[in-house]
Ligand binder design. Structure first.
Ligand SMILES: *[C@@H]1O[C@H](CO)[C@@H](O)[C@H](O)[C@H]1NC(C)=O
Ligand SMILES: *[C@@H]1O[C@H](CO)[C@@H](O)[C@H](O)[C@H]1NC(C)=O
Ligand SMILES: *[C@@H]1O[C@H](CO)[C@@H](O)[C@H](O)[C@H]1NC(C)=O
Ligand SMILES: *[C@@H]1O[C@H](CO)[C@@H](O)[C@H](O)[C@H]1NC(C)=O
Length: 966
């Protein structure tokens, strides 16, 4: 791809049209020469000594004052105007908004390093925080004030997400509104995300429901070396209904695109390096593209300085034939070099961070934040060596191991980097992850060791500081913007949900008004404090020592007797009631003795004398290992590195199946592709997800895979190899197909039509393919109910068609089909019909988002709806399991369950939650009895497995007769 570069130094914006020339990257060395000549030219034309000019020759030109003003404006530094703190109304105030008094709050203000807490009231008016603490009655009684009694609940500043693509990839994703990642890279400083921002993106409202009030919209996802200019926008609907009115402190006047020289605002620029920039060459090409661009900008800056030195010295005759040296394409990079832009850099590995640090020093580029920075925690010295101070590190705990360059990412990175003095900002990377759950990122960072004050700052004051907006957002003080969130529990508690959200003093979300109750116990006194998280100090040190690739094998295995003391909860499989099997629960302080991998004694009396190992669980839990259902676990090492996976499969609806396969559908089996010991599988095992059913069908919006998804397999995640005893629980578990509209960013888009897919399925189930082929054989089994047919489907309309098809097949064949809907985003709309048709449902992910058109009628849960899809389906008697979004999210499975319990408001007990990922999945997939008393048990130290108080310390494996210690 060509690198577009302007070829002359002296053209000005005032002299259109500009002439462009295209330089191929390999010819870019020419640029350096051009730059050298140009600088030489400038110095010979007006760098001669001003003292040699006689006074009488000095002529002051007509436009002199304009030039002097422009020259002076070079030195303006962006930031709040001096009277900002005196303002009594916000520029964003919407006339007619009533003042609000929130009484009796516990206010996390963000001040004093995130340690200041104010107990009292907070008063909002004119879009601003007008008072905090004691609010004299006279201030509000005379006005028409909305009064909210918070009963001491937590209030924080509105959350800020520094890394979002909301509005550029809208929800649901449509081909007509895909504005991310311009293909015209790699150097695109002139692009501006605000020019592509879709104000109708459904993601805005969902994010606000999660307490997110401001996001930085990045025009690029790391594909371009310079992706363009980002904008900080507030997520509320404005009365103007425009992108412009969403931007906080727009750096331009509306009538022009120049930064306002008199009240300069921060500009925001995005740069990237690493794997994603490969569209335009390799890592070396990328860095050269950056250096060439900044050399160009530096040339302009120096020319401007030389020009202004003449003008300011009154040497007008020397510049009589010149105009202010600038070039529209590069002006934002000149502003970067003048320290007027906040630069966000997306890089992951040491090699990339190091290259960026050198670039930053070479051109004196102030980098305000590194995004991703997976290996940042391994090279803090490099991060610190960038020009102009300590950058903020923008991290996510969720996306590790999806790319080769992020393979060494660690959940302990936030803690390590904070200990090294770096400000931390947690990000969602919407639309990779749903921005609504930004707070969950901070909660997980806290779980893995980040102090509570820093964790809360990571989604409020730290991103505000990094983006240059702390004077308005990310902090609550008198004069700040009135963006705040009232929470139902301490914001670092799992499942914490906004009750109310204000932006610019305008109420956006109101659970009270929507009559959504606070789930019982959610606001209990114990949940008004941050959770007491486990100690991960040793694990953190190991992550650094082994550069992110810590051994995931057990520290020790014990074949003899292990005594667990102080067990608070024991959940085992209930063998007595096999027909309706579920879990058996015992609670209270117990001892549990395990003998050769089997529980041999439970109760206070079980001392476990002669035990080989005694483990104090300190009130922890012993619960069944959970099962993951989804794609990729155990069939690939790195999701976005096809060389580590199974390779390309044929989609029989799109290409011809190779003749030699002798099978019209090209049906393949996961059991033929299993890889044991992948990091994802071992991480899952250590996180209590001890077995998995994996299919080839990606459930993510971005790549659904083929219509026929092949045959899934169920295996143990901790097994060393496929021939180990009990490693494979079932080699053919279910037949999978996917039916639905492909998302426009999926590789298979536009794919085959829904009607074609259903017609094909009907034929395969009813007419039957030749039974001597794999396809014929397995679809016949599915039609007869000998194997579950799992259909990846989101749309309720398609589900309705499938239920009718099921009835038709059963009538014609006299059979009972075991049909299962997975993903099933809109299943709640048909809960009754699904229950009556006895179709099992595997919701994945457990918290949904309208990524695609087929998912737009989801049930969002509190504070937007009283019920969740999960609770609705269970209430109607549907057998429901939960699936995994992708392999790297499996580690958080137990938190998903705990969260689902809170969101259900008492409808789902903890026991039922475990069943969702154990016995329910087994029933749905027809593998009951395959696990039975051979199922692993996982011991958690410190508290319940379903919250942030515990960590897994041992896994009991009856099948192998031993206990693994971690
Ligand atoms: C901010 O808080 C963190 C964690 O509590 C602490 O390590 C750090 O020293 C504090 N920084 C300042 C400037 O007080
Ligand atoms: C604030 O709310 C808490 C919890 O409801 C209550 O105990 C306390 O008395 C309230 N304080 C004030 C000043 O109203
Ligand atoms: C643009 O608008 C601003 C205020 O809205 C005004 O001060 C300025 O003179 C205008 N500039 C031009 C070039 O019209
Ligand atoms: C929790 O919320 C409920 C319902 O709003 C309320 O009745 C109860 O007093 C609250 N509990 C505490 C400890 O604030």
């Amino acid at each position: 791809m060509p690198l577009h570069v302007q070829d002359s130094w002296d053209s000005t914006a005032a002299r259109p049209p500009l002439r462009w020339r295209t330089v191929k990257p390999q010819h870019s060395a020419l640029l350096a020469l051009l730059a050298a000549f140009a600088l030489y030219g400038l110095s010979s034309s007006f760098l001669s000594d001003p003292r040699n000019v006689p006074d009488s020759d000095r002529v002051v030109p007509l436009g002199a004052s304009d030039i002097l003003e422009q020259c002076a404006s070079r030195r303006n530094t962006p930031g709040p105007s001096s009277d900002l703190f005196l303002r009594d109304r916000s520029d964003r105030f919407e006339p007619g908004t009533r003042p609000t008094l929130i009484k009796n709050v516990t206010l996390w203000t963000g001040a004093r390093n995130g340690t200041e807490i104010v107990y009292g009231d907070i008063y909002l008016d004119k879009g601003l925080v007008q008072g905090i603490g004691y609010i004299p009655e006279a201030l509000y009684t005379s006005r028409d004030t909305d009064v909210v009694d918070a009963h001491g609940a937590w209030v924080t500043p509105g959350l800020i997400d520094l890394h979002s693509h909301a509005g550029l990839v809208s929800a649901p994703i449509t081909a007509g509104a895909l504005e991310l990642d311009s293909p015209n890279g790699p150097i695109l400083p002139w692009l501006r995300s605000i020019d592509g921002l879709n104000t109708h993106d459904a993601a805005f409202a969902y994010a606000v429901a999660g307490g997110v009030t401001t996001v930085q919209v990045l025009p690029d996802n790391g594909h371009n070396a310079i992706g363009g200019q980002a904008f900080m926008i507030k997520l509320r609907k404005t009365s103007q209904r425009t992108p412009t009115s969403m931007v906080i402190e727009l750096p331009y006047q509306l009538n022009g695109t120049r930064p306002d020289p008199y009240a300069p605002r921060w500009r925001h620029l995005v740069m990237a390096c690493g794997e994603s920039t490969r569209a335009y060459g390799n890592r070396m090409d990328n860095m050269w593209a950056l250096r060439a661009a900044f050399a160009m900008a530096r040339g302009f800056r120096d020319a401007q300085d030389a020009f202004c030195a003449r003008a300011e010295a009154g040497l007008w005759d020397e510049i009589a034939t010149q105009s202010y040296p600038e070039e529209y394409r590069w002006e934002v990079l000149v502003d970067v070099l003048r320290g007027k832009a906040k630069v966000s850099v997306q890089c992951e590995e040491a090699v990339d961070l190091d290259a960026m640090a050198r670039l930053s020093q070479e051109f004196k580029i102030p980098i305000s934040s590194f995004h991703g920075a997976s290996e940042g925690y391994l090279v803090p010295g490099v991060l610190r060596s960038t020009f102009a101070g300590v950058p903020t590190i923008v991290l996510s705990t969720d996306s590790s191991r999806q790319k080769r360059e992020t393979f060494r990412a660690s959940e302990f990175a936030p803690k390590v980097l904070a200990e090294n003095g770096f400000p931390i900002a947690m990000k969602s990377d919407h639309n990779l992850h749903n921005s609504r759950y930004l707070l969950y990122e901070a909660q997980q960072a806290h779980f893995y060791g980040l102090p509570p004050n820093i964790a809360l700052a990571s989604v409020t004051s730290a991103p505000a500081t990094s983006s240059g907006l702390l004077h308005r957002i990310g902090i609550l003080r008198e004069g700040a913007d009135a963006d705040l969130v009232l929470w139902d529990s301490h914001p670092l508690q799992l499942g914490a949900t906004p009750r109310k959200v204000w932006i610019d003093g305008i109420l956006q979300v109101d659970a009270e008004r929507s009559r959504i109750p606070i789930p019982k116990g959610k606001n209990a006194t114990a949940r008004r404090e941050p959770p007491k998280v486990p100690d991960f100090e040793a694990e953190k040190d190991k992550a650094v020592r082994y550069e992110g690739l810590v051994s995931l094998r057990p520290n020790m295995t014990v074949g003899g007797r292990v005594a667990f003391r102080n067990v608070g909860e024991l959940y085992t499989r209930d063998d007595r009631d096999y027909a309706n099997f579920g879990l058996d629960v015992r609670e209270g302080n117990m001892n549990v003795v395990v003998d050769r991998g089997r529980v041999s004694c439970v109760g206070e009396a079980c001392e476990g004398e002669n035990a080989d190992v005694v483990i104090d669980l300190r009130g922890g839990a012993i619960v069944p290992g959970m099962m993951s259902f989804g794609p990729s676990l155990g069939i690939e090492e790195i999701e976005n590195e096809p060389s580590t996976g199974d390779g390309a499969r044929v989609d029989a609806l799109r290409v011809n199946v190779p003749k030699v396969m002798g099978d019209i559908g090209g049906l393949v089996r996961v059991s033929d592709a299993l890889q044991f010991g992948t990091r994802n599988a071992l991480v899952a095992h250590r996180a209590g997800v001890t077995y998995a059913t994996t299919s080839f069908l990606k459930s993510a919006a971005f790549s659904r895979g083929s219509f026929i998804g092949g045959l899934s397999a169920t295996f143990r995640t901790g097994a060393n190899h496929g021939m180990e005893r009990a490693a494979i629980i079932k080699s053919v578990t279910a037949l999978h197909v996917a039916i639905g509209r492909a998302a426009p960013i999926s590789p298979s888009y536009p794919g085959t039509s829904v009607s074609t897919e259903i017609a094909t399925l009907r034929r395969l189930l009813l007419k039957g393919e030749d039974e001597n082929t794999e396809t014929g054989q397995w679809f016949k089994k599915a039609a007869n109910g000998a194997i579950p047919l799992v259909i990846d489907v989101s749309s309720a309309d398609v589900m309705a068609t499938l239920i009718r098809l099921k009835n038709e097949v059963e009538e014609r064949r006299g059979s009972y089909m075991r049909m299962v809907f997975s993903r099933a985003t809109e299943a709640h709309l048909l809960a009754d019909e699904i229950a009556r048709a006895r179709v099992g449902v595997i919701l994945s992910p457990s918290r949904q988002f309208p990524w695609t058109w087929d998912e737009r009628r989801l049930l969002p849960g509190p504070p937007l709806s009283n019920h969740t899809a999960l609770a609705t389906l269970l209430k109607h008697g549907v057998t429901v399991g939960l699936g995994a979004w992708d392999a790297s999210h499996v580690q958080g499975t137990r938190f998903d369950l705990g969260w689902a319990v809170w969101d259900s408001n008492g409808l789902i007990t903890k026991k039922q939650a475990y069943e969702l990922m154990t016995t329910n999945l087994e029933k749905i997939l027809d593998i009951e009895g395959r696990v039975g008393d051979m199922g692993e048990l996982v011991a958690y130290e410190g508290g319940s497995a379903l919250d942030f108080t515990s960590k897994p310390v041992a896994i009991i494996l009856p099948a192998r007769g031993l206990v693994e210690m971690m």
